[in-house]
Design a protein. Structure first.
Length: 275
């Protein structure tokens, strides 16, 4: 079996139509997957400025020496991101192996045990000056969607719109690389927040069946929610005014910076609560 480096879907070697160069770890099932992966890699490690001293960056813990230069300046931030996650959620420990799932996820670790395979995860970090404010763990599944099992905000910055700022950056980043659906597992207590304030919907049975073959990081007692990002650009007047007051011109700045970048180089064991 060989898996696509972007969507992680496994294929029998005899079924592979796209040529392989002998390196299983860098094979893509389609040109689209290869393009999305390339766009993500081009923005990894770059800092995108927002208003009020905020900025965001996408990082992924290196899987090999070729990945190292991209996140060299952020190595200390991975431990900070894990600490922030652990402060926000009860320990998420696999009962059979005793493995810390949060650590698996932040450090982009693979596993032969499917439920513990966290390869392909990126960490989106929101910073204020040099201080880590909020983090989100995301894993793209080809062009179809991305999952976000955890998002957390530092205690010091809660109730200040940081979660919304991070979500806004995440959505524009995903659209920028060609991914137009976001999926999250939510604890029942905050489903209304995600649906009412962030535009998510409870995933239909049809979609659940459609995506059942994907290796989502799932947890007991959670509800899968999804959000289409296709219409993320145009907003209603009220939404635009509301977000403008909170984030100034951040939406425009993020979009412009990503375009420039592309041209230049390119839960408490019950997730997910928005802190």
């Amino acid at each position: 079996m060989v898996s696509c480096m972007q969507c992680r879907i496994p294929y029998h070697r005899s079924c592979v139509s796209r040529p392989m160069d002998g390196n299983d770890s860098s094979w893509f099932c389609t040109k689209i997957c290869q393009t999305i992966f390339g766009k993500l890699r081009k923005i990894v490690g770059q800092v995108f400025a927002l208003d009020k001293g905020l900025s965001w960056t996408l990082v992924r813990f290196p899987e090999g020496s070729s990945d190292a230069p991209e996140c060299e300046n952020f190595k200390d931030k991975f431990s900070e991101a894990l600490k922030l996650m652990q402060q926000s959620f009860d320990p998420v420990i696999d009962q059979e192996t005793g493995m810390d799932v949060l650590s698996q996820l932040v450090y982009n670790r693979g596993s032969h045990v499917k439920r513990l395979d966290c390869s392909g995860f990126y960490t989106l970090m929101l910073m204020k000056e040099e201080q880590l404010v909020a983090v989100a763990s995301i894993r793209p599944h080809g062009k179809i969607l991305a999952e976000m099992p955890f998002i957390a905000t530092s205690y010091e910055f809660r109730q200040q719109g940081m979660c919304k700022a991070l979500m806004q950056a995440l959505e524009f980043m995903l659209c920028g690389v060609g991914i137009y659906k976001l999926v999250i597992p939510s604890i029942n207590e905050v489903v209304d927040i995600w649906t009412g304030s962030f535009g998510f919907r409870i995933m239909s049975n049809e979609d659940c069946k459609k995506f059942s073959g994907m290796n989502f990081l799932l947890f007991p007692g959670t509800t899968l929610l999804s959000k289409s990002l296709l219409g993320i650009g145009p907003r209603t007047r009220s939404e635009t005014c509301s977000e403008s007051k909170a984030q100034g011109r951040s939406v425009i700045q993020v979009k412009e910076q990503m375009v420039t970048s592309s041209k230049a180089s390119l839960s408490r064991s019950r997730p997910i609560a928005c802190h």
